[in-house]
Design a protein around this ligand. Structure first.
Ligand SMILES: *Cc1c(COP(=O)(O)O)cnc(C)c1O
Ligand code: SF4
Length: 327
């Protein structure tokens, strides 16, 4: 078993244990000790939390709290209406690219994620489904990019990834492959030399999109993993989500962009929260989002300002958030 798989196995799953590790009293946190969506956080991520800080922005992303149980109008199980794929493990919402649900699970359970209500386990791509995906792509020559997603595609082992990436890259219509993952952020050891070698040998460019919400998530080990990815990927990008209590002010977002840049990651998307049941306590008012983004525009060079977007059910692309206000 490799180091990263060991970290997966040893991930913290007990809210009580997590509080004890950080020297925090459960009563002050509104802790939910038996959440429906389990707590799950690998130790290398816990190591970046500040002991004794009940407001730690990394802790807030993973800690199960009783507020999640409150029903809030407008926050629903499937805000994106995404349950129906075209094939098991395949979503085709955007014309030129398909999303492959390569692995349903994740290394970390983020409390704001819409995956908390998904029957993703059933929708995970099985080895024997890859042939069907190839058949689908041949029938849809407008698709030129395959996005490995999930869950987290890097939950798969390196051999399974290599097989799938090589198979898909061999299709003449495929111009590039993309990997959407949070795993290297929470377990930097996931970027193995085998994975790097696989990417290096592919006949098409690969883009990696990470998911980092706060500068404090960026440490030296992550920067090393990014360095390895950059040596073989066309680009290493980031998407974040605006989250109350985590990154809902201008200075925090500016610090995030600068930390990403220093680590070799380019900001790509800043997503507005999907209204998923259980995540209402992360909601940020529109006026506040506007102020945050304005501060970013004033403080950062254009290449460090991510696109502020929202997912709208039925839209054929991610929608600029400013535009959604006028609808
Ligand atoms: C975000 C997303 C993509 C990729 O969109 P880009 O704008 O190309 O980054 C593809 N499919 C689905 C279902 C998505 O949610
Ligand atoms: S899909 Fe991404 S945001 Fe959702 S739980 Fe997994 S790592 Fe977190």
């Amino acid at each position: 078993m490799s180091i990263w798989q060991q970290h997966l196995r040893e991930a913290i799953r007990s809210p009580t244990e997590l509080c004890a590790m950080l020297g925090l009293s459960e009563s002050s946190l509104g802790l939910d000790v038996k959440p429906d969506f389990p707590l799950r956080v690998p130790r290398p991520f816990v190591a970046r939390m500040t002991p004794g800080d009940a407001q730690d922005p990394l802790l807030a992303q993973v800690l199960s709290v009783r507020a999640e149980r409150e029903a809030v109008t407008g926050f629903v199980a499937d805000p994106l209406d995404e349950h129906a794929g075209v094939l098991p493990g395949l979503l085709h919402k955007y014309r030129s690219r398909v999303l492959l649900i390569f692995r349903g699970g994740c290394a970390i359970n983020c409390r704001y994620c819409f995956r908390r209500h998904y029957p993703y386990q059933a929708e995970t791509l099985r080895r024997e489904d890859l042939g069907q995906v190839v058949t689908y792509l041949r029938a849809h020559p407008e698709v030129n990019e395959v996005i490995f997603s999930g869950g987290d595609p890097l939950m798969a082992d390196d051999q399974a990834l290599a097989d799938a990436m090589q198979t898909l890259a061999a299709l003449p219509q495929i111009q590039r492959l993309r990997i959407h993952t949070r795993l290297p952020v929470v377990i930097p050891d996931r970027i193995t030399s085998d994975l790097i070698a696989t990417i290096a040998d592919l006949s098409v460019p690969v883009i990696t999109v990470l998911h980092i919400n706060h500068a404090q998530e960026v440490d030296a080990a992550l920067a090393d993993a990014v360095g390895a990815l950059r040596s073989v990927c066309r680009s290493v990008l980031n998407q974040a989500v605006v989250l109350a209590g985590v990154n809902d002010d201008g200075q925090t977002q500016i610090a995030l962009s600068e930390a990403l840049y220093a680590a070799g990651v380019d900001p790509y998307y800043l997503n507005v929260l999907d209204p998923v049941a259980g995540a209402a306590h992360f909601f940020v008012e529109a006026d506040r989002i506007r102020t945050i983004y304005q501060e970013m525009l004033e403080a950062l060079p254009g290449f460090l300002v991510p696109k502020l977007v929202k997912e709208l059910p039925g839209a054929g692309h991610k929608v600029p958030w400013m535009e959604t206000l006028r609808r």
